[in-house]
Structure formats: structure tokens, C-alpha cells
Write a protein that binds this ligand. Structure first.
Ligand code: ACO
Length: 315
């Protein structure tokens, strides 16, 4: 048995705050609708920062908290679909900006809001065949760049941000237990690719995605408990992708998960897609709600359609 554990976490969000009140001036909506239907009070959007800045700031914080130097990193994955450039990738830009070793493998991974969970599993596989034992896994999204401002049902949802983790591989750790899936459904959630005649914008049928979410999150949770032989009480903390407070409320009610074992920061950041789970992990660590002995179950779902769960430990 061998596997990874989280050694350090960090996060970063842009300074500029977009309030519900501001949105109600530019689209036909109101503060109360947004808050009650989504749980979002405000979100942060890029102004003078770049995607690359957010990645770098979050990764620097994670490296510092882990006590690891950039030259100790063997691989870097950025889960994202909104990097500044297609080439170089966000991970290669991070390699340059942090001074990661030239022989480290660096690439972006696109799996929507499940990206960070997919990236953790991918990193575990990479480090199993790497002479270095530390890896950098970042989730960063700047969805404000691809918001359709003519669609009031989606433009209110998304925020920008980055969350980063330094992971440590060890022959004596057990592998992260994980479950993954994807369906290739492009009917209810998609962002079209580069096209000289058409802007890339988020298209989402919110109700259908909501229905998908409240089916797939319990599925992932049940499968993860079955796979690990754990019960709800054995899990120290549940980290759900922050897409809508009502999705989290539904799941915690269904499983009787007590308030001190889950967390919502959607009111402050909105849906930051691939960044949402690592931002929550970084905040939980900072607030000392999780520690080295914690067993944390993360569940992500979103564009692809994709879904995944991972039981994480910390070192
Ligand atoms: N302000 C006011 N009214 C609105 C707004 C708005 N911003 N948006 C929609 N409405 C209206 C609709 O037009 C509709 O009006 P009608 O009844 O007269 O037709 C009414 O509100 C209800 O609309 P619904 O779409 O049914 O609203 P719902 O309660 O489902 O909330 C939402 C919409 C917030 C998008 C919700 O469906 C949701 O959160 N879905 C899940 C999103 C998700 O999980 N995404 C994850 C993946 S994202 C990724 O991967 C990048």
C-alpha cells in the first residue's frame, strides 16, 4: 500500500467583490432571490489580478504551510478550464513563477467542478513513479471571464478563486480511497471551445443540474462509505463542492450530518468550480477545524458531467 496525504493548504481570491445588490442593477434579479435560492451573498471577480496570480498566491501559501521548497516538488497539476492561456498551461506558468524543477511534470486538468478531486487521484498515480515525493495540486477558476451576462440564472452564481494543496507520497500511507465518474452529457451544462465566430460562455440548465447534483452526491457518499467501511460518525469532516447552499442542506439533512462536521463558504465566494473544495480545505485548516488526524470526505460534481469523492488524510 502507498499513497498521498495533504501536507499544506493555501487559497487566494481576487480583491474585487461583486454584491447581489450590484447584480440586481445589471440583470433582472434581486438580492433576496439570489440569497434564498443559492445562499450566495457576494463573490469575488478578477479585476487587476490574473488566473496565474491566483494560482501562484495559493500555491505559495500551501508550500509555506507545508514547509516545502519549490525544488522539492515532483509534479504540478492545475484543475481548471479558465487558464489565462491555452499554451502555456496554468501549471507550466506556475512552474515558471514558483521555480519548480524543470524535470517536474506540469499540466492542466479539465473536469469542471470535480477537477480538484480528479487531480488528487491523478497526482497519487504520478508520484508513485516519481523520484520526488511532493506534488502540488491546485484548483483555480476564473469563471467571471466566461459568464453570460444576459442569463440571469447563471451570471449570479460564479466567483473566481484558487485553492492549493501540497501532497506527500509515502510507501507507508494508504492510497486515497476514491470514486469517480463522467457521463459526457453536453445538454445541460457546457462551455463551447475556442471558435473565431462564437464566444465561450457558460450554458447551464440549473434545474436539471440541481437534480443531477442531489442524486449524485448521495451516490458518491454511499459508495465512499461502502468502499472504506466507514460510517457517517467515523468521518471527521464532509467537504462538498459549493455550488448551491440548498444542495449541501439537502445532503446533510438526508444523512443527519451535524453542523460541526460540514462547512459552507458559498455565501462569500459563490461557486468557484474546481477551486471550491481546496478553498474549503484551506479555510478549515486555517480555522483549526481539521488537523493531522482528520479523515475528510470530499465530494465534487459538475461540468462533464463529472462526479467524484475522495477520503483524505493529512500529514
Ligand atoms: N433572479 C430572479 N429570478 C430568477 C433568477 C434570478 N437570478 N434566475 C432564474 N429566475 C427565475 C426563473 O426565470 C424562474 O421563473 P419562472 O418560475 O417565472 O419561470 C424562477 O426563477 C425559478 O427558476 P429555476 O431555474 O427553477 O430556479 P432554481 O430554484 O432551480 O434556481 C439555480 C436556479 C440557482 C441555477 C439552481 O437551479 C442551481 O443552483 N442549480 C445547480 C447548479 C450547479 O450545481 N452547478 C454545478 C456545476 S457548475 C460547473 O460545473 C461550472
Amino acid at each position: 500500500m502507498s499513497g498521498i496525504r495533504i501536507k499544506g493548504t493555501g487559497f487566494s481570491v481576487p480583491e474585487h467583490i461583486i454584491t447581489n445588490e450590484y447584480l440586481s442593477q445589471i440583470v433582472d434579479t434581486n438580492e433576496e432571490w439570489i440569497l434564498t435560492r443559492t445562499g450566495i451573498e457576494h463573490r469575488h471577480h478578477l479585476s487587476k489580478e490574473s488566473h496565474s496570480d491566483l494560482c501562484t498566491w495559493a500555491a505559495r501559501m500551501a508550500l509555506k504551510n507545508a514547509g516545502i521548497q519549490p525544488d522539492e516538488i515532483g509534479a504540478c497539476i492545475v484543475a481548471t478550464l479558465t487558464a489565462d492561456d491555452l499554451v502555456p498551461s496554468a501549471a507550466c506558468a506556475l512552474q515558471r513563477d514558483l521555480g519548480l524543477p524543470q524535470d517536474s511534470i506540469c499540466f492542466d486538468l479539465s473536469a469542471g467542478c470535480t477537477g480538484f478531486v480528479f487531480a488528487l487521484h491523478t497526482m497519487e498515480c504520478l508520484l508513485a513513479n516519481n523520484k520526488k515525493k511532493y506534488g502540488l495540486v491546485v484548483g483555480c477558476e476564473t469563471l467571471s471571464k466566461i459568464i453570460n451576462w444576459e442569463d440571469r440564472s447563471t451570471c449570479i452564481l460564479f466567483g473566481d478563486g484558487a485553492g492549493a494543496t501540497v501532497v506527500e507520497f509515502d510507501e507507508n500511507y494508504s492510497s486515497i480511497q476514491a470514486i469517480y465518474g463522467a457521463s459526457g452529457n453536453d445538454q445541460i451544462l457546457r462551455v463551447n471551445g475556442v471558435d473565431p465566430n462564437k464566444r465561450s460562455l457558460i450554458y447551464m440548465e440549473g434545474k436539471a443540474v440541481f437534480k443531477f447534483a442531489v442524486e449524485v452526491v448521495p451516490y458518491c457518499l454511499d459508495e465512499m462509505l461502502k468502499r472504506t467501511g466507514k460510517k457517517i460518525d467515523d468521518v471527521d469532516f464532509f467537504v462538498f463542492h459549493q455550488a448551491n447552499a440548498r444542495i449541501i442542506d439537502y445532503v446533510v439533512k438526508k444523512y443527519h450530518i451535524p453542523a460541526e462536521k460540514y462547512y459552507k463558504n458559498i455565501s462569500e465566494y459563490g461557486n468557484t468550480s474546481a477551486a471550491s473544495i481546496p478553498i474549503v480545505l484551506a479555510e478549515l485548516w486555517e480555522q483549526k477545524k481539521i488537523n493531522k488526524n482528520s479523515c475528510v470526505l470530499c465530494i465534487g460534481f459538475g461540468g462533464g458531467l463529472t462526479w467524484g469523492g475522495a477520503m483524505l488524510e493529512f500529514s
